[in-house]
Design a protein around this ligand. Structure first.
Ligand code: AMP
Length: 226
């Protein structure tokens, strides 16, 4: 790839952000950095930031901005020579501003999925807490009911995926995300995709990125004439 490409993907819980991110990383060869996965790795490795972050995540709270930026920005520095896709960060305006001081973004993808669709997906969502693997009991069930495919360990349903907590959670997401979306709109990098179906959103995301990401430089050089 001749030039570094930097993208952010945003979307509420249940918006298909994880699926779209994996497809982008696979199709365009971007390094995928998920803040949730990165936090879980830090928790598993018991790093100082991981131990601190765990106390917030367990309560269903956002990890404070200064902890997130101190964790994520050095990681971005490490992969600065690759093109990347950031998923789950920035979540707040303060995080977006911190990221903006560190680098310029080429594209911000915002997934806009109707509330009823999010609710439908999240109420059937079960997770494997140790790995963060997510199942949907209707669209993507585990091989054995209630058990993780890889480890065979029990799946749990997040308290905040239960119907009672969902409305408040999605409203909170929207309130926090709105200033971030407005910030990227004002910078002219925001692209919003609206649909109820991830497979309908994907071709539009793919064609946008196809038009923006420079074609990879051929790795095989033509052999010199004899
Ligand atoms: P996720 O896997 O994206 O749902 O993230 C799991 C949890 O990690 C979230 O519920 C938050 O508590 C925390 N988290 C992830 N990314 C961020 C972020 N950018 N800012 C604050 N907290 C975050």
């Amino acid at each position: 790839m001749s030039r570094i490409f930097r993208a952010v993907i945003m979307g509420p819980p249940g918006s298909g952000k994880g699926t779209i991110s994996e497809r982008i990383a696979h199709t365009f060869g971007l390094q995928h950095l998920s803040s949730g996965d990165f936090l879980r790795e830090n928790i598993a490795a018991r790093t100082e930031a991981g131990v601190l972050a765990k106390t917030y995540i367990e309560k269903g709270l956002l990890v404070p901005d200064h902890v997130m930026t101190r964790l994520l920005l050095p990681r971005l520095e490490e992969i600065a020579r690759s093109s990347w896709l950031l998923d789950g960060f920035p979540r707040t305006l303060a995080q977006a501003q911190a990221l903006n001081s560190a680098c310029d973004l080429d594209v911000v993808i915002s997934l806009n999925v109707p509330f009823e669709t999010l609710k439908e997906r999240l109420t059937h969502r079960w997770i494997h807490p140790a790995s963060g693997r997510v199942y949907n009991m209707i669209f993507n069930p585990p091989h054995v009911k209630g058990l993780d495919d890889i480890t065979g360990e029990p799946l749990i349903q997040h308290e905040d995926d239960k119907p009672e907590a969902l409305v408040a959670r999605l409203r909170h997401y929207k309130d926090v995300a709105k200033p971030v979306i407005d910030f990227y709109k004002s910078k002219g990098v925001l692209h919003t995709f609206s649909d109820t179906d991830t497979d309908h959103i994907w071709p539009h995301v793919s064609s946008l990125l196809g038009s923006k990401i420079p074609a990879p430089t051929p790795s095989v050089q033509p052999s010199p004439p004899h």
